[in-house]
Design a protein around this ligand. Structure first.
Ligand code: HEC
Length: 443
């Protein structure tokens, strides 16, 4: 009976708790009711050395911040997760509190921030320092440590790491291990076969090169991304990304300064496919309309002072596909972002909806289940930008007209998509664009 009362209490809020017994027995306690929530939903970031500014591992730490914890969870600001969960696809590793958890935290404070019986506490979480998927097949790390300055605005750098691969490999899983997770907000990865990234690297005196959030050019292909709380995973057997021979891995790290100089060289662990690969993971993007083909420019012009400037874009899918991940991308003026899929039969699915865009949390949103979209489906993107002086993160003061570009003071509006093609059957062969002429002959 006590067990049931406890479970109801955990997610039912104060009213239910009071109904379940006497107030003193039912008021949530730290060890019994609060610690399980903090453990599961906060400690990925709120522990020493990680990206959040303080730890939430003990009663002392949590009780000191009890009111802030209630405020940020009630407002939906923590855990940080910007994609709307209502009416859209479900995402893997979504950082959202279960219904009722915020109410438990607030009744804990209303009930007097009780510590309770340490015997009720869940076993502490084990944050292993080992690679999440076991020993990688290949570990790559940039040669030099980057000294992340103590102070200043956030910064995005791309590190260029030669893979040294003498033959192409199928990558089924990827994991990232920053040396200074405290300052690493998120990581995105791609690869280059053109030598362009090495040129950009050579031009920047520091390790890697600085960008406004992209790679400074269009890389040959994308890899998976990482943000705190995201567990690495293998793609389903038969699906992988092809990493061609001689390619350079591009590791794009978004740094958030910590008040202390921190040295970082994010290590990347690659897991090669164990079974023959039949489908590659493709990447594409939905953009605003094209303005100019050579050089390629997109039509994006945000007037100075405009507080709610709309940008739209659309694309029609030309074959049956399965969407695996969605990655919205804008810079500092981004306000909200929506990507819908409208099928030929009239049915529609929201792929991602972000009501409060935050440049600091550029996420790779992995769908919990790949989503089938048939040929002829229209992908419709709609975003808004705030180029007014009221936008606290507007990089231009006073605001100026903003166009498409790579600089922090430029803007972008892209919905990147990772997908597989239903009609693709590689039977272990490399993708056509990476095949040597001899591999193609006779097929
Ligand atoms: C993915 C990482 C991450 C997770 C998970 C996370 N936080 Fe945070 N938290 C941060 C970062 C980074 C900051 C500081 C910057 C900011 O506010 O974005 C922060 C700041 C805070 C603050 C101070 C903000 C303020 O305005 O006072 C509180 C309180 C807080 N977090 C509570 C929580 C609680 C409670 C949870 C779990 C329910 C949680 N956080 C989960 C990363 C995280």
């Amino acid at each position: 009976m006590r067990r049931i009362a406890r479970a109801v209490c955990r997610f039912g809020g104060l009213a239910v708790c009071l109904g379940a017994g006497s107030a003193s027995a039912a008021a949530p306690t730290y060890h019994r009711d609060v610690a399980p929530i903090l453990q599961k939903h906060c400690q990925d970031c709120h522990r020493p050395g990680q990206v959040a500014p303080f730890a939430l591992l003990t009663f002392e730490q949590a009780s000191k911040r009890a009111h802030d914890i209630v405020r940020v969870t009630a407002e939906g600001r923590m855990p940080p997760w910007h994609a709307s969960v209502e009416g859209s696809v479900r995402f893997r590793d979504a950082r959202v509190l279960p219904a009722g958890a915020a109410a438990v935290l607030s009744s804990w404070v209303e009930g007097g921030v009780l510590e309770g019986d340490p015997g009720d506490a869940p076993a502490p979480r084990n944050f292993g320092s080992e690679w999440g998927l076991g020993a990688p097949d290949l570990v790559l790390r940039s040669g030099e440590m980057y000294q992340v300055p103590a102070e200043g605005p956030d910064e995005t750098r791309v590190f260029v790491i030669p893979t040294g691969l003498t033959e192409g490999r199928w990558v089924q899983g990827i994991d990232f291990r920053p040396t200074a997770p405290k300052v690493v907000h998120h990581v995105l990865a791609a690869f280059d076969t053109s030598g362009r990234a090495r040129q950009l690297d050579a031009r920047d005196p520091m390790p890697g090169y600085r960008t406004a959030g992209g790679y400074g050019f269009w890389p040959a292909g994308e890899m998976d991304g990482w943000a705190p709380g995201k567990a690495p995973h293998r793609l389903p057997d038969g699906v992988a990304r092809y990493l061609p021979a001689g390619s350079d891995l591009l590791v794009q790290v978004h740094y958030h300064k910590s008040g202390k100089v921190e040295a970082d060289a994010t290590a990347v662990g690659l897991y090669f496919a164990r079974a023959p690969v039949d489908k590659q993971l493709h990447a594409t993007g939905v953009f605003p309309p094209v303005k100019n083909l050579l050089p390629l420019r997109w039509n994006l012009r945000i007037p100075a002072g405009a507080a709610d400037h709309e940008v739209t874009g659309e694309d029609v899918i030309r074959q049956d596909i399965h969407i695996v991940a969605v990655i919205p991308h804008m810079h500092w003026l981004g306000k909200d972002f929506l990507l819908n899929a409208e099928r030929p039969d009239g049915s529609a699915t929201t792929l991602v909806k972000i009501d409060r865009w935050d440049f600091n949390w550029q996420e790779t949103y992995d769908l919990a289940e790949p989503l089938a979209l048939s040929k002829g489906t229209t992908l419709r993107m709609r975003a808004h930008f705030d180029n007014s002086p009221a936008n606290a993160v507007n990089p231009s003061r006073p605001p100026v007209e903003v166009r498409w570009g790579e600089q922090t003071t430029d803007e972008m509006c892209i919905a990147f998509l990772h997908f597989t093609r239903d009609d693709e059957h590689l039977a272990g062969r490399p993708p056509a664009r990476f095949r040597q002429p001899k591999e193609d002959s006779g097929r």
